[in-house]
Design a protein around this ligand. Sequence first.
Ligand code: NAD
Length: 467
Amino acid sequence: MKELNFSQSVDVMFNRAASYMDLSPKLLEKIRVCNATYTVRFGVKLRDEVHTFTGYRAIHSEHKEPVKGGIRYALSVNQDEVEALAALMTYKTALVDLPFGGSKGGLCIDPSKWNAEEIERITRRFTFELAKRDLIHPSQNVPAPDMGTGEREMAWMVDEYRRLNRTDIDSAACVTGKPVHLGGINGRTEATGRGVQYIAQEFFRHNDDKKRAKLRGDLDGKKIVVQGLGNVGYHAAKFLSEEDGAKIITVIERDGVVRNTKGINIENLKQHMISGEPLADFKGGKVSTDADALSDECDILIPAAMEGVINKSNAHNIKTKLIIEAANGPVTAIADKVLRDKGVVIIPDMLANAGGVVVSYFEWVKNVNHIRFGRLQRRREENKATLLLDALEDQGGLKFTKKFRRDYVDGAEELDLVRAGLDDTMREGFTHIRDLLAEKPELEDYRTAAFYRAIDDIALHYRSLGL
Ligand code: NAD
């Protein structure tokens, strides 16, 4: 069987779940198709010449607005890719109960070929083109970072949107993933990797989940292979190793592979990569350039780079028990079937990497409310907690240590609230899938259950409108 392209792969997975549902084919078609894709070509004068760039913004589903989804900067960006990614955004937001439709954008560019000033000019021009058509707008379409973009690009985008919309009081809500001092939220940069950690923790809390993957115990000492040490892969690997005791035995990057059976120090490796030194000079592990490191034997494989990396050609060689899809679409539909037949358990992208859009939601709510989380309640909560401890000491004869007092009394900061809200949402997303699989064991795997739940949620929306 020929390998499918990205959106065909997503459709195969969608259809597998839909085949278990009692929905009309016409309604399923409406839910599955991408509503619109805007392609723009624009010129920017750089280095004394006009350079033409191609950008896309796909809107998969507007059943809820605004639509939400990242903007990717990479040479590989194309219409099929943004449409597939936009579809995954629709299903993801439905699965974790966010009030958004799905969208995704991209610009065909190799960011390493341009300096910061040039990327700023290109980004501002792209923003202008999107803003003209309300494809960046607080109540219509809200981009966020993805591969090749981050806080810096979001800062330029919000600034450009503000220039064009001087009187829009909600302008900060036109993109998420902004720096905190421009209306961003604490914890957004780490959010997707943090969400991957919370999902892994949730998996290891439940014996039935572990049994599926023939895993035991907790995350401590589990051998993990990570592909891609960018925003998502770095944070996931850092938190899982530093806070849960997991051993990152292999990191696969574009320019090489680092291995260390005792566990790689992720912070040291990241700092080495940032310094610009060649990967080959990293001292904290054995560095090679082999192409088959995804098949290193491990307990958990975390692809966190890009789509289609586990495919027809290498799926048979994968030697892990559990795959946590931190990237979008890392496993093709053909590979998915091969892995299912081999008994490899997959926590699908639409759940595993939902952390980014969950915290983006918190940021957007903060922006439209024009107040940071905890601002009204924090001191009042602290005063009430102090009152209680004082009364227990004065009248109950108890004595609390300074540390206990501080831990108990300190009101929650924005970051505490964001992490707690993220953890809750990720756990709840997993619970939806687990419960559905218990009720409908014929669905067999987490991915099919996740699609089922998402499709069902969107169908309910349309049915409520009499469709
Ligand atoms: P990023 O650009 O910060 O990092 C990607 C990393 O992967 C880079 O270090 C790059 O060198 C590496 N890489 C690229 N191709 C590779 C390959 N073939 N082999 C090995 N390494 C490779 O991007 P990111 O934001 O971390 O996104 C990674 C994935 O996570 C994408 O699929 C993206 O759609 C998905 N995702 C990101 C977010 C987010 O909040 N940033 C949210 C949800 C999903």
